[in-house]
Each structure stands twice: as C-alpha cells, then as structure tokens.
Design a protein around this ligand. Structure first.
Ligand SMILES: *Cc1c(COP(=O)(O)O)cnc(C)c1O
Length: 365
C-alpha cells in the first residue's frame, strides 16, 4: 500500500550534497539575508520558509498534485473557499459533515453575498448541480461515516460548470484519492492522522489546477494564514511514519469493528469495512482502506460516558487520528446523532491489548 511512501522518505536525501543533515532542518526565521535584488530568493517569513517548502514537496508527492500548507484544517478550507467564491456564488455543502465548515459558510460567506445550500450526504445528488459554482464534499462524512459517489458527483458538477472541493481528512491520500476521481481541489486537516501524534494543528490544499493554486497561494500570503515552521517540521516528521501508522490503524479498526458488531453491549455500529454497512459498496469502489474511524451506539448516554471515561486504552478527547486511540460522544457538540453514539478513533496500540481493554470496559457497563 501507500503512495510511493518509500520514494517519499528519500525525496530529501537524494537531493543532498555532502555534509548536509539527513533530517529536515527547522528554519525558524522571519528574515532572510537579502542584499541587492531579491529575485528568486526566500525573502520574508509570511511568504517563504524552507521548512514548509520541503513539507509541501512531501505532501505534493503523496497527493500527486501541487500542495500548499496551512496552519490548520480550517485555514486550508477557508483558503480553498475564499479562492473560489465571490459575491453571488452559489455553494453546496453537506448538512452532516464537519460542523465548522458549515459555520464558516453560514456566518461569514453568506454575509458576503455567497448563497449557501446544504444537503445530507446520503441524498447529496438529489436536485442536481445546475447553477452551483462550488460543491464541497466530505466522504466518508465526519462523524456519520456515510459516503458519496465522488466520481459521479465530480463529473456532474464539472458538466454543470462548477468545481468540486473534497475534504479528505478522514481517509488521507493513502486511503482515498479524490483528485484521481475528478475532484478539483482537496483540503485536509493534517491535525488528524497526517500529523498523527496529537501535538500539532496543520492543514493543506492540493489541486492540479494552476489558477486555483495561484489564488490559494495569494490568499495565504495576504491573509497571513501561514503555518509556523515548527508545526511544519513536526508534520513532516509525522508523515514519515504515516504509511505504517495508517496501515496499523485501519487493520485494527477492521478487527475491532467485527468484534464490536458481535458484542451484546453494542446496539449499532458504523464502519465502512463491514459488508453490512451502508457505506460498504462505495468504500470498496473509492477507498484503498476502510479507515480508522468507527462509531458505536451503546444502550444509554450514561453507559457511553462511562465506557469512554473508564476504558484505559481510550483517551476521552475530541479530534482523532492520533497514535493513541480516542473516543467521544458527538452529541455533546450538538451533532445530529444518538446521545449514546460514540465515535472511536483507532490508534496504534497492538490490537490484542486494545480489544482486551475495550471488551473488558464494555462488559463492566
Ligand atoms: C478536524 C477537521 C477539520 C478542521 O481541521 P482543524 O485542523 O481542526 O482546523 C476539517 N474537516 C474535518 C473532516 C475534520 O475532521
């Protein structure tokens, strides 16, 4: 598996000259030595930084498309939207995707004259895409894990004259490749599995459309939404182990999902890798792995809380994609889910230990 992650690990090494460090140096500088004409040199920390530039080469290798790094997933999503909409534009977003994207659209874009429409993931194509300028998709959706037919949607949107932006946070470029399915722009929160250690916030935008990437770069430069060099360095370090982490996390999620599906304390389960799951067919067609997120619904809210707070191998925390497995009740943030619905992010613990801890905690409820 992996998007040539071996080649990725040697991108820097193969361009080194004798005596240079093998590990990526962290360049923490706002100023660059710049006598005379500035042309072609790094000149100011809001515009260039060698640490992000190398990170962007690695991201571009994974995405197989030019990439720009941002200080968070929301900064990347904002950049992609501000680069593509203007007053009078119509945008369509999922009503059950990551909620902050909806807040951005409702509270800021609509105030600037952008017309925002929402549809649920499972009925996203109903009504077609005529007259819509920007279609924002998220598949699988967070937290519901419903999926959309990305190639069909991307081609209908293109035929109607619009562009598609896909939030690929939950799958990473190793698990799903929206650009290869006809999507125009990928956005990602690299705070999650890409960074993988729950110690940074970052994001990126990827696109093979040169005009779009020029606008996104200009947005970053003038809005000032730039990544800190240290975060860029940490994300680069995280990406070096993405392949092994993602592999372990997805394999463990499959094992856990099968066992949880058979557990008496579990009323309902969603995992795209279970043949009985509503997302299974689309996941088989569109993803190379079934992911590391699953959700279970227990009997009551109280049992869900006890499970999350007492299982010694689950961090009760929001966010996901870290090496430490984590869980939370999404209803506490107002997501439209059952009060006993628990989103579980499977980490890198050996699956035997992880299952023992989860099984024991469920049995003790
Ligand atoms: C977390 C998340 C974001 C936002 O990313 P931040 O790094 O927290 O800004 C966007 N989309 C999805 C699907 C996410 O899970």
């Amino acid at each position: 598996m992996g998007r040539k992650t071996g080649e990725m690990l040697h991108l820097r090494g193969n361009a080194l000259t004798k005596g240079e460090p093998v590990a990526l140096p962290l360049t923490q500088s706002s100023m660059f030595h710049l006598p005379g004409a500035p042309d072609g040199h790094d000149f100011y920390g809001r515009v260039n930084n060698p640490t992000w530039e190398h990170l962007e080469q690695v991201l571009a290798h994974l995405e197989d498309a030019p990439c720009l790094a941002f200080p968070s997933g929301m900064a990347a999503i904002s950049a992609a939207l501000f680069a593509t909409v203007k007053a009078g534009s119509r945008i369509l977003i999922p009503s059950d995707g990551y909620y902050v994207t909806r807040v951005l659209a409702d509270r800021f874009l609509s105030g600037l004259g952008v017309i925002v429409t929402e549809r649920p993931t499972t009925a996203f194509s109903e009504g077609g895409f005529d007259g819509i300028d920007v279609v924002f998709v998220e598949s699988p959706s967070n937290p519901g894990l419903d999926m959309m037919d990305l190639p069909a949607i991307a081609s209908s949107v293109r035929a109607a004259g619009g562009i598609t932006i896909a939030d690929n946070t939950t799958m990473t470029p190793l698990g799903q490749r929206p650009l290869d399915m006809g999507v125009d722009i990928v956005v990602s929160s690299d705070t999650k599995a890409m960074g993988g250690h729950s110690d940074l916030l970052m994001g990126h935008v990827a696109s093979r459309n040169t005009d779009v990437m020029e606008r996104v770069e200009e947005w970053r430069r003038v809005s000032g939404a730039i990544p800190g060099p240290h975060e860029a360095w940490l994300l680069h370090r995280g990406l070096e182990t993405l392949d092994v982490r993602f592999d372990r996390m997805c394999s463990s999620a499959q094992v856990l999902a099968e066992r949880l599906a058979a557990h008496l304390a579990v009323k309902d389960i969603r995992y795209p890798g279970l043949p009985s799951d509503p997302s299974y067919t689309l996941a088989q067609a569109q993803t190379t792995r079934f992911g590391f997120l699953l959700s279970i619904t227990l009997e009551t809210q109280a049992k869900a809380e006890t499970f999350i707070n007492t299982c010694p191998m689950l961090r009760p925390a929001t966010s996901f994609g870290g090496v430490h497995s984590s869980a939370e009740r999404r209803a506490r943030w107002g997501d439209d889910v059952d009060p006993a619905f628990v989103r579980l992010s499977v980490g890198c613990e050996p699956v035997v230990e992880l299952w023992q801890a989860i099984d024991a905690s469920l049995n003790a409820l």
